[in-house]
Design a protein around this ligand. Structure first.
Ligand code: ADP
Ligand code: MG
Length: 374
């Protein structure tokens, strides 16, 4: 069953009120329930009691004023359509009232206009309400995506850590004992069996390379130094790896009091640093990179400068820059942010700021990870 349309009528003249009700009777809008008020106190009392679907208001009343009613409405229930129904209204006043947020105005001498005006006002209000609902749904799904992204980052990191350990420990140990066995056999081969000795030497060398590869894979998955020696050591380690591999000079300095932080922060800063360095190799054409970590005003800040070609504004704002979007998202998950700045021909500066006191995002991450990791 359709609900009554609740109308709050601001009108001191009872006869006018009847005329207004009469004008809307055959509008086809449905049944109305009417509440008539004449002054400010009554008006506020009614608004606090219930939110009407529509407000029809006289302009000048003996002890109240239509514009005040309008202002109060916009403060208390901004969404409710407000239509002036008034004896006289000059053009200027009409424009002024529309500017202040009135939905429409109808002259009492032209009450035939009331029905179309009310219909339009209510349709618009409904459209607005639906739009608001759609926005809320969009916002909600955005938040869900963000929680999912947090969760995925978390499990991914956890899995990498676990695989890194397993590869390092299990495979590493298996290879080491294989190497010892090979040496054992080698020591017992007859001296004259030159070919076999040569084969043994090759096997042993092969095992060495494999051990090396296992270490590299496990470190690439998650450098143990990050968990064992902390963030600063891990950044330094990554910088020297980078320098060795690319020939690009890379310096890390830290004035942070601590050398390691909460695990989420360690991981986030470290992964972002890796991504920045990858970008420098791929895009910058730099010969020098300077990274510094500082702790200030409860924030951990990593600044990475290169002397390459300089990222452009277009590249920074391009939504297809998935790497940049990913870094921004990573920082945002801990309540932080990231800023890219490029000067053409001079280089790029990336600034990552992460608050050290935990924001709500990180708490959500924990509880989410907690509930879902069983
Ligand atoms: N240090 C840098 N110097 C110059 N350009 C950069 C730098 N880092 C990123 N860029 C530019 O920004 C773009 C977006 O980076 P990113 O989102 O990581 O994407 P990509 O997959 O290309 O690395 C890159 O394609 C590159 O053009
Ligand atoms: Mg990239």
């Amino acid at each position: 069953m359709k609900k009554d349309i609740r109308v709050l009528l601001v009108e001191d003249d009872a006869a006018d009120a009847e005329l207004i009700k009469f004008a809307l009777r055959d509008s086809g809008l449905g049944a109305f329930s009417w509440h008539r008020v004449e002054d400010r106190e009554e008006f506020i009392r009614e608004l606090e009691k219930f939110t009407p679907d529509l407000i029809l208001s006289d302009y000048a009343l003996p002890s109240f004023n239509g514009l005040t009613a309008l202002e109060l409405t916009r403060q208390i229930c901004p969404e409710v359509p407000f239509v002036f129904v008034t004896g006289t209204m000059g053009e200027e006043v009409a424009i002024e009232s529309l500017k202040k947020g009135a939905t429409d105005y109808v002259l009492k001498t032209r009450l035939t206009r009331l029905t179309p005006a009310v219909k339009r006002a209510m349709r618009e209000a409904q459209d607005r309400a639906e739009r608001k609902q759609a926005e809320a749904r969009l916002q909600e799904s955005h938040e869900q995506l963000r929680a999912l992204s947090t969760y995925l980052q978390f499990v991914r990191e956890e899995e990498r850590t676990r695989i890194a350990r397993e590869v390092h420990d299990e495979l590493g140990q298996a290879m080491t004992s294989l190497k010892m066995d090979v040496a054992w056999i080698g020591n017992r081969l007859p001296k004259a069996a030159k070919e076999l000795h040569e084969k043994m030497r090759k096997m042993s060398a092969h095992i060495d390379t494999t051990i090396h590869t296992i270490r590299r894979i496990s470190t690439e998955l998650r450098p143990g130094v990050l968990d064992d020696l902390g963030l600063v050591a891990a950044l330094e380690w990554q910088a020297s790896e980078f320098q060795e591999r690319t020939g690009i000079h890379c310096a890390v300095s830290s004035t942070a009091e601590e050398t390691t932080f909460d695990q989420d922060i360690n991981t986030t800063i470290f992964r972002i640093f890796q991504e920045i360095l990858t970008n420098i190799i791929r895009h910058a054409g730099a010969t020098y990179v300077d990274a510094s970590l500082t702790e200030e005003d409860g924030c951990l800040t990593l600044v990475v400068k290169d002397n390459g070609r300089g990222i452009s504004l277009h590249e920074i704002t391009n939504t297809r820059s998935i790497g940049l979007v990913g870094m921004r998202e990573r920082a945002a998950l801990l309540g932080g942010d990231i800023n890219y700045h490029g000067v053409a021909g001079k280089g790029t500066t990336v600034t990552v700021r992460i608050p050290l006191s935990h924001g709500p995002a990180s708490r959500r991450q924990r509880s989410y990870a907690h509930t879902h990791s069983g």
